[in-house]
Each structure stands twice: as structure tokens, then as C-alpha cells.
Design a protein around this ligand. Structure first.
Ligand SMILES: [Zn+2]
Length: 245
């Protein structure tokens, strides 16, 4: 099958030296329990793969906290403030922009974290919307009580401005006018490159992050996700376990 065709040789190289690639799973954009989120959590439970759900603080956090507490390995992370794009036309989407005041942004970070704590789901993990790590946001996060930052395929350094860093690398979706499944070949090919890079540099335990967006999945994305999570080749960790890998 395609999985073995694309990844077989690379995974055999890992096995030969007694290594299993460390994977972790981040899903973005939850605001409230939905059938899609329940479907995602069901996948996490069925395949026993830990899942981190990045939730937007203006949503129904108490309901999300209750729902995720029903699953053994599902955690919440803070996904920005309101997930509103404030970037000027033509710039990458982002919630924090040039001219924003660091103290104001730190106050927003603290308020967002406080909402999670009030819902019984305190977390030190922050996921900026659109993975946009604006320098002002970066400067504000520690003051806002954040300890771990998750973007998309950023610098290999595991620390940024005093924050631990745990990125996602494999986006199951392709983003255009209409989001759709990236495709098996593209997804698995990217995973192979991520694995080969870690192997060549001896970075065996550097986590690779799977990224999903439950509200946007088409049938192809759901089907693939189910198959991919079933693969036994990987050492799946929750975000804390991935940081410690
Ligand atoms: Zn988002």
C-alpha cells in the first residue's frame, strides 16, 4: 500500500537502530462541542492517540472542558484571543500586528489563559492563530503566563525567547479558496522528508506534529486520518510527552 511504498525504507532505517519516530497531534479552531469535534475525539480514543485541541477563548470553554475530560488523552490549548485577522491586506493573517503594545497583548494573553483556568482547563500551551508568531506576541507571551509555544514548522531550536517550542509539521489540509485534503502522497512524502532530516542529523527524538482542523475536513481527510492514526510505526505522545522526548 501507499504508506509502505512511501515510508517503508525510511521507517526500516529507524527500526534498524531501534528508534521509533515521536509524533504528537494538534487540532485547531474549536469553539464549542460539535459533531466534528466528537468525531475527532472518537478517533483519538479508538486509536489511543493523544490529542491536543487548540480552542479559541471566546468560545464555550466550559462545554469544551467537559467534553474533552471524557476522553483519556485529550487536552486543550489556548488558540489566540478571538481568532480575528487584523493584518493589513496582503500580509500573512494574524491577530497581533505591527503597532500593538506588548503590555496590551500580554494582558490579552493573561485574560485568555484565565478563561481556560476558570473552565477547569488551565494550560501553559499557546497556539497562535494562523501560526503567526508576531514579534510583539512572542515578547508578550511569557508575561501572559505562557510557557510553551506551538507554531508550524518553525526553527529547530526548542526554545524561543524563554518559551519551550513544540511545532506542528504535517498539515492534513490544503488551504485555498476551499480547504481540502492535502492528498496521501503529498502528506506522506512530507512526513518522509521530516523523518529523513531527523535521521541524518541524529535528532531521533525530535517530535513531528500532525495538524488537523476538524471543522474543515472533507471525507478524504477523515478517511486518511483514520488510516494514518491506525499505523503502528510511531511513538504517539501527548504534548507534554512530546516535549520530554
Ligand atoms: Zn486557527
Amino acid at each position: 500500500m501507499l504508506f509502505d511504498l512511501i515510508l517503508g525504507r525510511e521507517l526500516a532505517r529507524w527500526r534498524r537502530v531501534g528508534r521509533r519516530p515521536v509524533l504528537w497531534w494538534r487540532d485547531d479552531d474549536a469553539r464549542a462541542p460539535t459533531p466534528q469535534l466528537e468525531r475527532l475525539i472518537a478517533l483519538s480514543i479508538r486509536h489511543r492517540r493523544p490529542l491536543t485541541v487548540a480552542a479559541i477563548p471566546d468560545g464555550d470553554l466550559p462545554a469544551l472542558a467537559v467534553l474533552t475530560a471524557t476522553a483519556p488523552a485529550v487536552a486543550l490549548a489556548v488558540h489566540g484571543f478571538r481568532h480575528r485577522n487584523r493584518a493589513p491586506l496582503g500580509d500573512p493573517s494574524g491577530e497581533v500586528i505591527d503597532g500593538d503594545d506588548v503590555d496590551d497583548v500580554a494582558a490579552q494573553v493573561a485574560a485568555a489563559s484565565a478563561r481556560f483556568a476558570a473552565a477547569g482547563a488551565a494550560t501553559p500551551l499557546f497556539v497562535p492563530p494562523w501560526n503567526n508568531i508576531h514579534p510583539t506576541l512572542l515578547a508578550a507571551l511569557p508575561a501572559g503566563g505562557v510557557e510553551v509555544l506551538s507554531g508550524f514548522d518553525g526553527p529547530r531550536r526548542r526554545e524561543t525567547s524563554g518559551l519551550r517550542r513544540l511545532d506542528a509539521h504535517l498539515d492534513v489540509m490544503r488551504w485555498g479558496e476551499a480547504p481540502r485534503f492535502r492528498g496521501r502522497t503529498r502528506f506522506l512524502g512530507r512526513l518522509r522528508r521530516q523523518l529523513a532530516e531527523r535521521r541524518r542529523h541524529g535528532r531521533w527524538s525530535e517530535p513531528i506534529g500532525l495538524l488537523t482542523h476538524h471543522l474543515d475536513h472533507d471525507p478524504g481527510a477523515w478517511r486518511f486520518l483514520d488510516q494514518f492514526l491506525a499505523q503502528p510505526a510511531f511513538d504517539w505522545r501527548d504534548w507534554r510527552g512530546a516535549l520530554e522526548a
